[in-house]
Design a protein around this ligand. Structure first.
Ligand code: FAD
Length: 310
């Protein structure tokens, strides 16, 4: 079978399929380092993804996998890290996380300041390590990855085709309901922060700090229908300012890199089995918004079940 798309969704789906004994080829327009997935922070949290109930279920299944992968952080890029999720109530989280999140409690004033926040331990994934690790895991399971632009899914010469093209699906299958939500990040030298923090101001402005090995990721933005991939210096400055208001030591940190990515947001993730015009099986699997990493394994298992022969 052919999986079109080699971001976190395509790679994870391909790994699940290959490890179930299928012969899997990935066709991808971009090398994994240049996908949206490589831009992600990446904290496990079902943010900006619909439908909410399904996303939470996929996220909790993925959590089990990430917890196991966190046993080998250097190899997989997955670590379990404590931090504060602002403007969130522990009881609300507990209503869906159902005892699955460790050390879940209200953050103290020292941890979060005046607002209400949840303190918990979540997977924090270093995509610079995790994506190449997924690719290697796929190759070890007998799969392959080929750089190739697809202009029609019927080009894929396999009995089963899985469409994991993210925002690319907009053009590839003419789905105007998948739209970009632009996110910008600033990567700085870490001044010694070892917990993550996410905060949303009353006007909706986000600030988040994700410590990754050797660097600190500062975010963020969420701009609907904006396609610009160049980092905006004024936006970067505002991100650093908002983060420094929460953690003053960030103010003078040396900037290492600016990043921009377009979240593939859709009114609902498209996870659906259909047919190509010639009757071959086609599974659509895209539109994971701001949480593709968070839900990757739960979704991949469902996509793999849909891709199983009738
Ligand atoms: C700034 C930012 C921060 C984020 N933070 C988080 C976070 O903390 N946690 C989280 O869970 N998620 C986060 N996300 C969201 C996450 O990055 C996405 O949900 C996820 O990357 C989507 O994965 P994907 O594989 O569907 O898409 P992509 O990574 O975009 O991959 C799509 C693939 O399809 C290929 N493709 C597209 N069109 C074609 C074509 N015509 N032919 C061949 N190949 C094609 C591309 O080359 C690529 O390989 C963040 C996103 C951004 C932008």
């Amino acid at each position: 079978m052919i999986v079109v798309g080699g971001g976190v969704v395509g790679l994870t789906t391909a790994v699940v399929l290959a490890e179930r004994g299928r012969r899997v080829r990935i066709w991808t327009r971009d090398p994994v380092e240049r996908t949206t997935s490589a831009v992600a922070g990446a904290l496990w949290w079902p943010y900006h993804i619909e439908p909410v109930a399904a996303a939470r279920a996929w996220a909790l299944r993925s959590l089990e996998v990430y917890e196991r992968l966190a046993g080998r952080p250097g190899e997989t890029g997955v670590r379990l890290v404590d931090g504060a999720m602002g403007e969130t109530d522990p009881a609300d989280v507990e209503s869906w996380a159902a005892g699955r999140l460790p050390v879940l409690r209200r953050a103290t004033a020292r941890e979060y300041g005046a607002g209400t926040a949840v303190w918990t331990r979540l997977p924090l994934i270093d995509m610079a390590v995790h994506l190449p690790w997924l690719r290697e895991r796929l190759l070890r399971a007998g799969g392959s990855v080929e750089e190739r632009v697809v202009s029609d899914l019927a080009e894929a010469d396999a009995p089963v085709v899985v469409n994991c093209t993210g925002l690319g699906a907009r053009e590839l299958v003419g789905d105007a309901s998948v739209r970009p939500v632009r996110g910008q990040l600033v990567v700085v030298e870490n001044p010694g922060i070892d917990t993550w923090l996410v905060s949303t101001a009353p006007d909706g402005a986000m600030a988040y700090l994700f410590p990754q090995p050797g660097r600190l990721l500062l975010g963020g933005t969420a701009e609907d229908d904006v396609w610009a991939l160049d980092p905006d210096p004024a936006v970067a400055e505002a991100i650093v300012r908002r983060c420094a208001a929460l953690r003053p030591e960030v103010a003078g940190a040396r900037i290492l890199e600016h990043r921009v990515g377009l979240r593939p947001v859709r009114p609902a993730v498209r996870l659906e089995r259909t047919e190509l015009p010639d009757g071959r099986l086609l599974v659509h699997h895209y539109g994971h918004g701001g949480a593709g990493v968070t839900v990757a394994w739960g979704c991949a298992e469902e996509a793999a079940a849909l891709a199983a022969s009738p």
